[in-house]
Design a protein around this ligand. Structure first.
Ligand SMILES: NC(=O)c1ccc[n+]([C@@H]2O[C@H](COP(=O)([O-])OP(=O)(O)OC[C@H]3O[C@@H](n4cnc5c(N)ncnc54)[C@H](OP(=O)(O)O)[C@@H]3O)[C@@H](O)[C@H]2O)c1
Length: 234
């Protein structure tokens, strides 16, 4: 079944990840999706365009490579890190480490800021750019504590999205940029945590998020949504 009412063009940034790959597959199966271009840091597939969030040149090159095939009605950003080579999310203040902060913010905040810079201009007049954030980045909703770098990097991402939406509204009043929380999803990112046991397949999360995105109206731009369409507090 098609997601949208008329033919559309899409980009999936982070198409090598669990959620990104599920987005890509769903869009490739949609008869009304005229074009869907995957972008990722690593892939052994020839049609993937290389993009490294710690390298602005690679981001601007990727945007330039796809520009002539746009503008795009749907730009999905499914990149992010929670843990990495030799690090796990902090449990307490004493665990805070500059290298971990930098790596987490590079992937979750600074890189996406550059994605906004180079890809917002490629959104079609009524298009939407949806960046995956996380509910644990909601300041109001924070109760459990811990995960300092990840929470803060996603809270800062949310601010970038909100601010970009204000600028976008002046240029393209019908276009949108939103933050979206996928719920707990089976992936490399969630695998080491207890929540992983309750996690659902990326295919289902992608389907739910696409249904939420498809139902957005221009006035929803700059908001933070859960996969099921629920509005989340900042
Ligand atoms: N899974 C969950 O339960 C959950 C819950 C809340 C929010 N989220 C968010 O959902 C998003 C997708 O996560 P996922 O669960 O699908 O995890 P995943 O399978 O680990 O995918 C993460 C993606 O981010 C890419 N990436 C990381 N650092 C990058 C960098 N420096 N440059 C370019 N690409 C980079 C990875 O590329 P490589 O393949 O090259 O490593 C991969 O494509 C993230 O923003 C995450 O915070 C996930």
């Amino acid at each position: 079944m098609s997601l949208f009412q008329s033919p559309y063009k899409a980009l999936v940034i982070g198409a090598s990840g669990s959620i990104g790959a599920a987005f890509l597959k769903r869009l490739q199966e949609d008869p009304l999706c005229e074009t869907v271009i995957p972008l990722a840091r690593t892939s052994n597939q020839a049609d993937f365009i290389s993009i490294h969030l710690d390298d602005e040149d690679s981001i601007s090159r990727a945007a330039l490579t796809v520009k002539d095939q746009g503008p795009f009605d749907l730009i999905l950003v499914a990149t992010g890190v929670l843990h990495g080579d030799g690090f796990m999310p902090e449990k307490r203040l004493a665990d805070i480490d500059m290298k971990v902060l930098q790596e987490t913010f590079t992937a979750n905040t600074f890189g996406p800021a550059l994605l906004l810079k180079h890809f917002v201009p490629l959104i079609s007049a009524r298009g939407v750019m949806a960046l995956i954030s996380a509910k644990v980045g909601s300041i109001e909703d924070t109760r459990l504590g811990g995960w300092y770098s990840y929470r803060a990097s996603k809270a800062a991402l949310n601010m970038l999205i909100k601010t970009a939406s204000i600028e976008l509204r002046r240029q393209k009043p019908e276009a949108m940029v939103v933050a979206i929380h996928p719920g707990t999803v089976i992936s490399n990112l969630s695998q080491p945590f207890a929540g992983g046991a309750n996690a659902r397949p990326a295919k289902i999360a992608a389907e739910e998020m696409l249904a939420t995105i498809q139902a957005l109206e221009a006035e929803d731009s700059g908001q933070f949504f859960a996969y099921d369409g629920q509005l989340l507090p900042w």
